[in-house]
Design a protein around this ligand. Structure first.
Ligand SMILES: Nc1ncnc2c1ncn2[C@@H]1O[C@H](COP(=O)(O)OP(=O)(O)O)[C@@H](O)[C@H]1O
Ligand SMILES: [Mg+2]
Length: 410
């Protein structure tokens, strides 16, 4: 039996000499005896301590032992404490106290027989210690059960995540295959047609007027594939934390103009126009190649999802920051999707129906912006067009070793 459970014993008798005698009889290791010379004092002790047993003299002035027991039964805290009544009266008289849970009540007759007292007390103390130990085991069991359930929940969560990852990988494979297949198919068909022309000695399609457009088309398809593969490589680098930026000072307005010019054909194909508003040079220290990626991604999206309506890009400097905003008047984005679309492979159902895409652009864009110590925000709702705003510090705090432009000799 575990020794560390201390059993508190309460003895109640109006005569101090009785208390002393009883105390001497029942004290022992692992037990602590509390004495009360009246029912009132006993009640006070009962409320403060958790007793294994109360030994109560039946005949006491003011409140007698049975009345004390009645009160104990009426209180949750004391209801289950076993009681041994001590009385000089005959046995039948002792049964006058009824209704107290059977088994939790016993009787001792005066004069006390030392052997009977110690053995009865031992029975109750053992019972109490066992009950305590059991309760402790039960709560330990419940705790381990709780821990086990949490573990199972965690495992299920991991399994769900794994399943999602596998699903994502499969989706990804089929998307990539599809995205690569389209330009490859076109190129393949083109070569077939050219071969046919050559075999028939028909050189007209290769004339000096038509050749540049042909090469231009080929380049576009190849570029699309290169961009796709670059995006995938970027995502892999980002995952392993290997994507770094190499900031140098340059004029963002000039870069924006180049990007807009470069997208002229794509804009025309989409039936849109891109208007750039950059009133003055915007010099800052950023990774030019990566910022070009940001502009290209946002503008490509604006053309792709902009419903053939005009697209506006503007640059504005405010204090130590520049704000790039890209606004379209297209299908817009449900606010419920605003967070999600910045995650990899996430696209809205609407856009899935309208255009092919891997859902990597915004993920890469946000990462690049963050690497520059900036942030990207979105204002949009369905059917209302979208505004993507990128705020970049002119000198990124994240840039550890910005390379200043060569200062020339003079
Ligand atoms: N200008 C926009 N208008 C409407 N939806 C957009 C716009 N830009 C992005 N989205 C939504 O965000 C998704 C993720 O964009 P992105 O990461 O660039 O991937 P992708 O262009 O390959 O679909 C898009 O599929 C689309 O649902
Ligand atoms: Mg995109």
């Amino acid at each position: 039996m575990p020794r560390e459970v201390e059993s508190k014993l309460l003895i109640v008798d109006d005569l101090p000499e009785n208390l002393m005698a009883l105390d001497a009889l029942i004290r022992g290791p692992g037990r602590r005896v509390y004495q009360a010379t009246s029912a009132e004092k006993a009640l006070a002790l009962l409320l403060e301590n958790e007793f294994a047993l109360a030994i109560v003299d039946v005949q006491m002035p003011e409140m007698n032992g049975f009345e004390l027991a009645e009160l104990m039964r009426g209180t949750e805290r004391t209801r289950h404490i076993p009681i041994i009544f001590v009385s000089a009266a005959g046995r039948e008289m002792n049964y006058a106290f009824k209704g107290y849970e059977s088994g939790a009540v016993d009787f001792l007759q005066k004069p006390l027989d030392a052997h009977v007292v110690t053995s009865k007390v031992s029975v109750f103390v053992d019972l109490h210690t066992h009950r305590k130990a059991l309760a402790r085991e039960m709560s330990a069991l419940a705790e381990s059960h709780r821990r086990q359930e949490a573990l199972v929940e965690q495992l299920q969560q991991t399994q769900r995540e794994l399943e999602r990852a596998v699903r994502m990988r499969d989706d990804f494979m089929s998307m990539v295959s599809h995205e690569l297949r389209t330009p490859l198919n076109t190129l393949y068909l083109e070569t077939q047609v050219r071969k046919l022309h050559l075999s028939r000695n028909n050189l007209a399609p290769f004339s000096s007027e038509r050749l540049p457009a042909m090469i231009e088309r080929d380049q576009r398809h190849i570029q699309n594939m290169v961009r796709l593969i670059d995006d995938m490589l970027d995502v892999t680098r980002m995952r392993s934390g290997a994507l770094s930026i190499q900031p140098k000072m340059f004029d963002l307005a000039t870069l924006a103009r180049c990007v807009v010019d470069g997208l002229a054909q794509q804009a025309e194909a989409a039936g849109s126009s891109i208007a750039l508003s950059a009133p003055e040079p915007v010099e800052g220290v950023w990774d030019e190649f990566r910022i070009e990626q940001v502009l290209t991604n946002l503008l490509t999206n604006a053309l792709r999802y902009g419903g053939g309506k005009p697209v506006e890009v503007s640059l504005e400097t405010t204090g130590k920051e520049v704000e790039i905003s890209v606004r379209d008047q297209g299908m817009g984005i449900d606010p419920a999707d605003h967070e999600r679309i910045f995650e990899q492979f996430e696209r809205t159902d609407d856009s899935r129906k309208r255009a092919a895409g891997l859902g990597l652009g915004l993920f890469i864009t946000r990462k690049i912006v963050q690497l520059h110590g900036g942030r990207i925000t979105l204002e949009s709702s369905v059917g209302e067009g979208s505004v993507f705003r990128v705020r970049l510090p002119l000198v990124p705090s994240a840039a550890t070793d910005p390379v200043a432009p060569a200062s020339g000799g003079g």
